[in-house]
Design a protein around this ligand. Structure first.
Ligand code: IPE
Length: 259
């Protein structure tokens, strides 16, 4: 299996609410064709999820009798499903055969963590040559009524279950940097990220934050994923051809994640 996450920042404009980057998504789906038949695709929520989730503080779940807050969860769920439909259409237009699997269709959640995971449905779809597509979403949660499930959480569990040959994180920068490259023009791209390198760069204090966790949390999860696959990389999806090449196994500008 090849596990790919299209980050929300490459398929949406993260600063403008519900803004889809259709041309980018179409091209990336074309590049994904090289993985057809063995692909499990996951995409982020970008500005279809994070802006409203942060505005309404949805990461803290919802209490009982909070009808107005429930409406907000419902709204964000609708928004991310709209984004998912758009991604699905881009895949279909590139002759892929996607099948949409919201996280709640194969997992249950407690305190924002996966409680049970049913890999069968995903494996079955891949076996018959379809491409299951999941995404960062709002999910029912038995401790907090609702929670946010990031695409990265699905990536981590899928890696543990399926032990993919390749895991590719498609970002809007060339890979992992020692500083946030959008804030610091002296930021250096790291060829490799390991627990030791992570400790070094975090000692300096860098990284952006959003509702599904700090940069450190994201990288720690990637390192954990690297234990369950042959190769795990982060590359730039705004640079045409890199995803296609990485799928073929050609070396591209990227950060290799190692443990
Ligand atoms: C976030 O998913 C889900 C919601 C905010 C509803 P991700 O964390 O996977 O999204 P991106 O890739 O950062 O946009």
């Amino acid at each position: 299996m090849i596990l790919v996450k299209l980050g929300g920042s490459v398929i949406t404009d993260k600063r403008r609410i519900r803004t889809f980057r259709k041309q980018n998504c179409l091209r990336l789906c074309r590049e994904l064709r090289g993985a057809a038949g063995e692909l499990f695709l996951i995409h982020g929520a970008g500005s279809f999820g994070h802006i409203m989730a942060a505005r309404y503080d949805l990461q803290n779940g919802v209490g009982d009798d909070e009808a107005e807050r429930l409406r907000k969860f419902s709204q964000v769920h609708m928004d991310v499903r709209k984004l998912n439909s758009k991604v699905m259409a881009c895949m279909r237009d590139n002759r892929l055969t996607p099948f949409s699997l919201p996280p709640f269709s194969f997992a249950t959640f407690s305190s924002g963590k996966i409680r049970e995971f049913r890999p069968e449905v995903i494996g079955q779809l891949v076996d018959i040559g379809m491409t299951p597509v999941s995404f960062g979403d709002i999910v029912p949660d038995d401790a907090n009524n609702f929670a946010i499930c990031s695409g990265d959480l699905v990536m981590a569990e899928a890696a543990r279950q399926f032990r993919p040959s390749k895991v590719i994180f498609v970002a809007d920068v060339d890979g992992v940097y020692d500083y946030d490259p959008k804030m610091n023009k002296n930021a250096r791209l790291l060829g490799e990220i390991s627990p030791e390198v992570l400790d070094d760069i975090m000692a300096e204090g860098s990284g952006a934050r959003d509702v599904t966790g700090s940069m450190r949390g994201k990288i720690e999860r990637m390192i954990e994923i690297s234990r369950h696959c042959d190769s795990c990389i982060v590359l730039n999806g705004n640079s045409p051809g890199r995803l296609a090449k990485a799928i073929k196994g050609t070396k591209v500008v990227s950060t290799k994640v190692i443990h």
